[in-house]
Design a protein around this ligand. Structure first.
Ligand code: KIV
Length: 271
């Protein structure tokens, strides 16, 4: 279990200490104050206001239509419901396609929304964006592997990095992003051995979603663990609601399983 329950407010320094101490980092998405309070009370280390809200809250097919204004609206609510957890906000599709847009939109997420770190999805253009945000003192999480904003390029939600060349590219990209200043890396739908290698090589915390157990922390979409997503649940996400009795219990079980390295097992990971 966490040795850091006395922390008043989780910061990047704490996430780095967790990595050095081998303590797993627990995270979920949330989009409003009520759920953020439940997550915060359960001891979540950080909460992501993900653009997944486009799918689970707005009922859209993809995350692509989500706007910066919408992320700001939801981030404000999450911040109001949070005391301990660090709050991360997603930069939506095309909100970081030029250096100026990237800086302005990241600044809005922090100044108007109250986010403490922003996340962007990795693509060929993002190294200069990460450097620019870093120069301006904006903490950044870089999301690699399956990046849902590029779903129409991928053609399907599939595991990434299974071939030797794509695995090598992901290892190189992760190093380049860290050198550019990324403070956290997030790997989505990546074979567990590859995620383990990226985590061993990284000085910054590596968070996984469908990336196996050998990363520094885990994140899932809240609605998936509460079984309220009407579609087909992703293979890597677990239903914590089944025997929980309450949402608070379900979220606390998730935090405990992550902290005690009981989630994810092979059943929720990819080879
Ligand atoms: O938007 C989101 O919820 C995410 C997670 C899947 C990591 O990016």
């Amino acid at each position: 279990m966490s040795t850091q329950t006395d922390i008043k407010k989780v910061t990047l320094l704490d996430l780095k200490k967790f990595k050095s101490a081998g303590e797993k980092i627990a995270s979920l998405t949330a989009y409003d104050a009520g759920f953020a309070t439940v997550l915060d009370n359960a001891g979540m280390d950080f909460i992501l206001v993900g653009d997944s809200l486009g799918m689970v809250v707005q009922g859209r097919e993809t995350t692509i239509p989500v706007t910066t204004d919408e992320i700001i609206y939801h981030t404000k609510m999450v911040v109001r419901g949070t005391q301990r957890a660090m709050v991360m906000a997603d930069m939506p599709f095309m909100s970081y396609s030029s250096a100026d847009d990237c800086l302005n939109n990241a600044a809005r997420l922090m100044k108007e929304g109250g986010a403490e770190i922003v996340k962007l999805e990795w693509g060929a253009l993002e190294i200069p964006m990460v450097s620019r945000l870093t120069e301006c003192g904006i903490p950044v999480c870089a999301h690699l592997g399956l990046t849902p904003q590029a779903i129409h390029k991928f053609g399907a939600y599939r595991v990434q990095g299974r071939e030797d060349d794509t695995a090598k590219k992901m290892i190189d990209d992760a190093q380049a992003l860290e050198q550019a200043g990324a403070d956290v890396l997030l790997l989505e739908c990546v074979p567990m051995q590859l995620a383990a290698e990226i985590t061993r090589n990284a000085a910054v915390p590596v968070i996984g979603i469908g990336a196996g157990p050998d990363v520094d922390g885990q994140i899932l979409v809240l609605y998936d663990i509460l079984d309220i997503w009407p579609g087909k649940r992703t293979r890597f996400s677990k239903n914590y609601m089944a025997n929980a009795g309450s949402i608070q219990n379900a979220v606390e079980s998730y935090v405990a399983e992550v902290k005690e390295a009981r989630f994810p097992t092979a059943e929720y990971s990819f080879e």
